[in-house]
Design a binder for this molecule. Structure first.
Ligand code: NAD
Ligand code: UFG
Length: 342
């Protein structure tokens, strides 16, 4: 297949690009590098021994995107292009609504004009909101999100539903990611956050490599077995495989389908810290701090629908996730080194 990855230079996009190349597909990436580096693409090409067609462009701009679709001869597209920081979205809501909604609308318009009919969308477990019971199933209603980032995901899901309802040729797969962590086992590509990491695993990895002094565990008094929050961590390479299965599904179906991509097993913050310490042999100093506003005590997937319909199941363990995150971080202590660092 020939696949367009919008935002394909980022963390999940780069691992998906590598998985697609390794499976023999052709990959085009369009990215404006607002949160990524072209170096990731260079490394993917090196690892796969194949070329990626790379376009520096803004997915919001039809003048950037339409020529790519017109000339691409694509079988499908994956829409990763978005801003993803929960905290930043509270500070800069307009930026988040503008970027995330506009990329989606422009992509759908350009797809319609060029008769490209299969699209995979990077959604998030955050759309379940705070009132659904765990584990989350795809047939539960979307809930109210506590931040503009989450609301953009929910709004974009609605846009895709409406677009698919109006166009019987369109095939949309909404993938609700749980907590992607880890890196390709080569240690050549991985997660490279700008500034102070918001997310747990990159923070732990930066403590391990000496870039941060200690981890603050956000809350130790949750109604969970050890008092810290539980999440469904999923290896980014398993997640990437999920996109391959979703693309195969999308090109042979129409309509709009939702799939959770998680392992179905929750781990607490402290279990994750201990596992990282075991596989890396590095002690992670931490303190228990206040709860972070908006955090849910527990969040995990019922992952059975993707297994049944897509024939996809996460294979890698929490040990694998921590080992690969550490392998990436220790080999690239400053990430790709082309982005602004604090
Ligand atoms: P990322 O920031 O590493 O990748 C997003 C990519 O999109 C970046 O390369 C960025 O430069 C690009 N981009 C953003 N706006 C763009 C624009 N207007 N035009 C062109 N390129 C643009 O993030 P990621 O972790 O790889 O996430 C990919 C997608 O998955 C995002 O939509 C994110 O919201 C979603 N998601 C991520 C997680 C997670 O924990 N990482 C969880 C759930 C959902
Ligand atoms: N945590 C800490 N200390 C830190 C960072 C995180 O204790 O320095 C804790 C959080 O409180 C939470 C857990 O680690 O309990 C995981 O936090 P992350 O920030 O890594 O992930 P979240 O579950 O908060 O959110 C992630 C993505 C969102 C996405 C959501 C569901 O960041 O974009 O998963 O997919 F919406």
């Amino acid at each position: 297949m020939r696949i367009l990855l919008a935002g394909g230079a980022g963390y999940i996009g780069s691992h998906t690009a590598l998985a697609l190349l390794r499976a023999g597909h052709e990959v085009t990436v369009i990215d404006n590098f607002v949160n990524s580096s072209p170096e990731a693409i260079r490394r993917i090409e090196n690892l796969a021994g194949k070329q990626v067609s790379l376009i520096r462009g803004d997915v919001r701009k039809k003048t950037d995107l339409l020529p790519v679709l017109k000339n691409g001869g694509f079988d499908g597209a994956v829409h990763f292009a978005g801003l993803k920081s929960v905290g930043e979205s509270l500070q800069k809501p307009i930026l988040y609504y503008r970027n995330n909604i506009d990329t989606t609308l422009t992509l759908l318009e350009c797809m319609e004009e060029t008769h490209l009919s299969s699209i995979i969308f990077s959604s998030s477990a955050t759309v379940y909101g705070s009132n659904n019971p765990v584990p989350y199933r795809e047939d539960m209603p979307r809930g109210l999100c506590t931040n503009p980032y989450g609301t953009t995901k929910s709004m974009m899901e609605q846009i895709f539903h409406d677009a698919a309802a109006a166009n019987p040729e369109l095939s949309v797969v909404l993938l609700r990611y749980f907590n992607p962590i880890g890196a390709d086992s080569s240690g050549r590509i991985g997660e490279d956050p700008q500034g102070i990491p918001n997310n747990l695993m990159p923070y732990i990895a930066q403590v391990a490599v000496g870039r941060r002094e200690k981890l603050t565990v956000f809350g130790g008094d949750y109604p969970t077995p050890d008092g810290t929050c539980q999440r469904d961590y999923i290896h980014v390479s398993d997640l990437a495989q999920g996109h391959l299965k979703a693309l195969e599904y999308a090109v042979s179906h129409t309509g709009c389908e939702i799939f959770n991509l998680g392992t179905g097993t929750p781990y607490s913050v402290l279990e994750t810290v201990r596992t990282f310490e075991q596989v890396s042999g590095v002690k992670i100093p931490y303190v228990i701090g206040d709860r972070r506003e908006g955090d849910l005590p527990a969040c995990w997937a019922d992952a059975s629908k993707a297994e049944k319909i897509l024939d996809w199941k996460a294979e890698r363990t929490l040990e694998d996730m921590c080992r690969d995150a550490w392998n990436w971080q220790k080999n690239n202590p400053m990430g790709y080194e082309t982005l602004h660092k604090s």
